[in-house]
Design a protein around this ligand. Sequence first.
Ligand code: HEM
Length: 179
Amino acid sequence: MHGTILTLLKRYVQTQYDHSTWIKLMELSGLEKVEFDHKTVYPDEHVYALIGHAAEMTGLSAGELHEKFGEYLVPDLMYMYQKLLRPEWKTLDMLEHTELTMHKKVRQEHAENAPPVLDVRRLGPDELVIDYVSPRRMSGLAVGIVRGLAAYYDEAERIDVLPTTADNGERVRIHVRRT
Ligand code: HEM
């Protein structure tokens, strides 16, 4: 997994909980000697271990934590890739263009980067369907990112996100509607 995601996970835990919680999580995950930086690609197992132990500590499910973390990621991701954004885009347009703009760029940046495939079909001006495909089974993160984008574009009250298949699968359909 991209080091940026891990450095943001660290900041998320430090700000939502505290620094000692992060140290504890790293110890429980057997990662006390690892220092994350945004240029390195880390084994996905690091993320699974950290989120798994965080779930045990907080009593939240791994899926819920993925969602919360996904929401938190959005402002930083948008800032980092701001050159690829168009000023006229709102939440649904952004979702429609992620695969062929942001995730495409992420794949080009490093051969080991493997963001999920997002097959997005726009059903109308206010509706679309995302088919998420990834062996990482992190569709909770995708749902959180959609919510984060809605907040970013000041549409949080109007955007409904409905995962329509089990949220722990490799293939998950997410229905997004603007009311
Ligand atoms: C500004 C927009 C976005 C940027 C810059 C971005 C960037 C990234 C990056 C760098 C990764 C790590 C990839 C890796 O380590 O191989 C990633 C993973 C991921 N992205 Fe995006 N992303 C964006 C939007 C989205 C959107 C809109 C969704 C879903 C609706 C999404 C869903 C995910 C998920 C679920 C992962 C976790 C890895 C996986 O499930 O395989 N991303 N993204």
